[in-house]
Design a protein around this ligand. Sequence first.
Ligand code: PMP
Ligand code: GLN
Length: 390
Amino acid sequence: MLAKVGNPLFRDMPTTIFEVMSQLSLKHQAINLGQGFPDDRGPDDVRHAAADALLNGYNQYPSMLGTPELRQALAGHARRFYDLDVDWASEVLVTSGATEALGACLLGLIEPGDEVVLFEPMYDSYLPIVRLAGGVPKIVTLKAPDWSFTRDDLERVFSPRTKLLVINNPLNPVGKVFDRTELALIAEYLQRFDAYAVCDEVYEHLVFDGRPHIPMITLPGLRERCLKIGSAGKTFSLTGWKVGYITGAPALLQPVAKAHQFLTFTTAPNLQAGVAYGLGKDNDYFTGLAASQQAKRDRLARGLTEAGFKVLPSSGTYFLIADIAGMGFEGDDAAFCMHLTEAAGVTAIPVSVFFAENPVRNFIRFCFCKQDSLLDAAVDRLKTWCARSV
Ligand code: PMP
Ligand code: GLN
């Protein structure tokens, strides 16, 4: 018997819900609308660019900051979509996915005792890394159904000890897109308390209904205070590639790059070449991506409503939320999702896992970035199940 054990922070934490539900889905041969990944192959030309670089290009360690080609493409992307001037050599860092980008930002910026403002529901990797870094979480609970917050909420959590805020916009799991007024209110507090923002904007190209994506870093006064995180996984429907990127002022990026150098150091060069190529695609690609996912959102929302679910609006991401409160099920959202996988053959994700302080237990998350035929098959199964059980 070993007397010494692993770090309780990790040892006592459950396995991430995405792995748990995907394994359960597999076991029951269910249709997996849980974990967020598209079920197509991703753009042919982007995959060819990566394949060509793998066969004919350089396959040794690239610079720890990322290949110059990809960093230049990211600076071009910032200029094209957000009118943002970025120095590719000192203001861009390529990471192994947004997950690593988040880890590097939080480990690179937080000192033990620093307060960190977070909004819940929140992506499940944030809190463990904040805690690992010794940060003290200060949480704002967004209120359903529009996931709103108030000035009083910010007044309660900000203090002179606030080091940074983490914001995910568009927001996984609920599909909220923060509007300019909300972002401006947050900006006011960041400036008043001299704090930074780590901005997880992996769904920047998955904003619907003609709404703009407003990167926090473009707000007046925030250019030096924000690190903007993106993910090629989302922008090119290639979630397995794990290519992420961070854009921000050198003073903020520098400690983050130091954390990155001992997390992964660098990222596969052929995948970086594929992403650099992809970022140069014409505007039709990017508007087409949002339009096709918007159509899938509408298709699934319609089907779920017909089946008897109450669906909440979603303005972005891969996800929409159904309210199960009125469905007569005895048990919480987690029990509901287990039961749905086993009895209906469709997997969703319980939303309570995205809360640390005030969980709501009547919402479940469905992922819609799937072939239409798969969405239809899931809806058929849910209609059959609802007709039997509700
Ligand atoms: N942030 C959010 C909000 C996400 O939904 C995800 C999952 N894709 C990530 C970060 C991680 O992205 P990546 O797969 O690039 O690590
Ligand atoms: N971001 C994905 C989701 O929210 C999951 C990524 C993962 O499994 N780590 O479904």
